[in-house]
Design a protein around this ligand. Structure first.
Ligand SMILES: *[C@@H]1O[C@H](CO)[C@@H](O)[C@H](O)[C@H]1NC(C)=O
Ligand SMILES: *[C@@H]1O[C@H](CO)[C@@H](O)[C@H](O)[C@H]1NC(C)=O
Length: 166
């Protein structure tokens, strides 16, 4: 009984602690529409916080950061500037900004990539299908060429040896 109450108290403390933790860092979500190729994620607010640490993560993996003393950029990151990252493909990424001023200010922005229309996938499928058609057409062409060659050589043989031989 004592143990259960102890566990309950620990859980309650953890719950309160995590609640306070998450409440202390304001988080917002922003949807962006994905396109084929590279994407630009931009926060007007963060672009003014040039003195702050700005780090970009995707699924908790750091992909880029902007600090007053330098930038870091790992694939799929293409370039990082204040409040902005260019990435090579559509992903969900989180920008965390920490400003060390009179007191520490921290905020997070979640960028959610949304495909407006699933066209790119269809395009790939269509391209694949075109590829198969092209291959079939090529095979057919080769077959026809061989057939013609065979036919011509048969004609030659008939002409050289006479029809009796055939
Ligand atoms: C990254 O962006 C900065 C500022 O716009 C620019 O000067 C730099 O050439 C860019 N680097 C690459 C690799 O595109
Ligand atoms: C990003 O997250 C949203 C919500 O969880 C999801 O609907 C969307 O498909 C995700 N986008 C990518 C590119 O993973």
């Amino acid at each position: 009984m004592m143990i259960i109450m102890l566990i309950a108290r620990v859980l309650l403390t953890l719950a309160i602690y995590s609640h306070v933790e998450s409440a202390s860092v304001p988080e917002t979500s922003e949807k962006y529409s994905c396109q084929e190729g590279s994407q630009v994620l931009k926060s007007e607010h963060a672009s003014r916080d040039t003195d702050c640490e700005q780090s970009w993560n995707t699924e908790s993996i750091p992909i880029g950061s902007f600090m007053s003393d330098g930038v870091e950029c790992h694939s799929p990151c293409i370039n990082v500037t204040a409040g902005e990252i260019i990435i090579s493909r559509c992903i969900n990424a989180t920008l965390t900004v920490i400003c060390y001023q009179a007191h520490v200010i921290e905020y997070r922005i979640h960028f959610l990539g949304i495909w407006i229309n699933p066209l790119p996938l269809q395009n790939i499928r269509k391209r694949d299908r075109h590829g198969i058609y092209a291959c079939l057409a090529l095979l057919l062409l080769i077959f026809v060429l061989f057939a013609i060659r065979h036919y011509i050589s048969q004609l030659h043989r008939i002409r050289n040896n006479g029809p009796n031989h055939y």
